[in-house]
Design a protein around this ligand. Structure first.
Ligand code: C2E
Ligand code: MG
Ligand code: MG
Ligand code: MG
Length: 281
């Protein structure tokens, strides 16, 4: 009976695996069609300049408006795209859309910078860099208006390699931001070796920084050190006004989070661009 049960368990397990593989394959096929069908959309989450109270920058966050499954968040299909060599094409689509929207805002009198998330897989990809150069050059945008956000873990494995890869983006004129800082194992002294312009402190440290002494101290000292290294600092995941006020008081440059805005479409962003956000004196 035991052997039978084990056999059955194995069989069920096998079925589940096949099911997962099938689901992945069909989702992958749908992803290939999604770009052509216009289902891959870009939302923008603003970064608020804590000196002026105006939105000075946006982060592009990709969504898949799937025909039957509804809006899919990136965690669901970015890893799939990474595993199956679709991430370069997807990222170039996001970069292209972001450039188009930045140029539109520019012609309506709003000079914004735009950030795109770049997965580790694309560091050191010569074909991606070549295609990227073409997209940027053909668009006529000033590359200085673009930033790439790279996570700490992406850069950690191979510091020298990551540094060279990031430098190749910098050589195109694109800025580099370290995303989700604090969640990896790197130190600021390690980050000093990377060609960075900006540091984004992870939401997990920011969220309670105004009410938790330890988190507050961590955020404050990170800001001070980042400034010593010549980096701008963005706090992510700001959900409360008290948190925003605290961040501003300790010298944080920019803030992002649901308090300011969730990720929104280019059209929904428009009215936010004219706003002056309230900042404590
Ligand atoms: P991320 O770059 O760290 O983006 C921040 C995520 O936190 C976003 O989720 C955003 O909606 C969410 N968020 C922002 N403010 C708040 C807040 O105040 N509270 C809370 N609870 N959450 C907040 P999203 O859009 O689901 O993106 C998840 C991750 O997917 C991103 O993390 C990024 O690493 C990745 N991603 C998104 N778009 C792309 C893309 O085009 N390419 C690549 N390679 N990765 C992408
Ligand atoms: Mg990001
Ligand atoms: Mg982040
Ligand atoms: Mg984060």
């Amino acid at each position: 009976a035991r052997a039978l049960a084990e056999g059955r368990a194995w069989h069920v397990h096998q079925l589940e695996e096949e099911d997962t593989v099938d689901r992945e394959l069909s989702l992958l096929g749908e992803l290939d069609e999604a770009l052509g069908k216009g289902e891959i959309q870009v939302l923008y989450q603003p970064k608020l300049d804590l000196k002026t109270g105006h939105i000075s920058s946006v982060e592009a966050l990709v969504r898949w408006n799937h025909g039957t499954r509804g809006f899919l968040r990136p965690d669901l299909f970015i890893p799939l795209a990474e595993r199956n060599d679709r991430i370069a094409g997807l990222t170039l689509h996001v970069v292209g859309q972001t450039i188009t929207d930045l140029l539109n805002w520019q012609s309506s009198g709003r000079q914004l910078t735009g950030a795109v998330n770049i997965s580790a897989k694309l560091l050191n990809s010569a074909p991606f860099i070549a295609d990227l150069r073409e997209v940027v050059e053909n668009s006529g945008i000033s590359p200085a208006l673009l930033t790439f956000e790279v996570t700490e873990s992406a850069a950690m494995g191979d510091p020298a390699g990551a540094s060279a890869a990031l430098q190749s983006f910098r050589n195109l004129g694109i800025g580099i931001s370290m995303d989700d800082y604090g969640t990896g194992q790197s130190t600021l002294s390690y980050l000093k070796q990377l060609p960075l312009n900006e540091l984004k402190i992870d939401r997990s440290f920011v969220q309670f920084a105004h009410q938790n002494r330890g988190d507050g101290a961590l955020v404050r000292s990170t800001i001070d050190l980042a400034h010593e290294l010549g980096l701008k600092v963005v706090a992510e995941g700001v959900e409360e006004q008290a948190c925003l006020d605290f961040l501003r008081a300790i010298g944080c440059d920019l803030a992002q989070g649901y308090l300011i805005s969730k990720p929104v479409s280019a059209m929904e962003l428009q009215p936010l661009l004219g706003r002056t956000y309230p900042l404590a004196a």
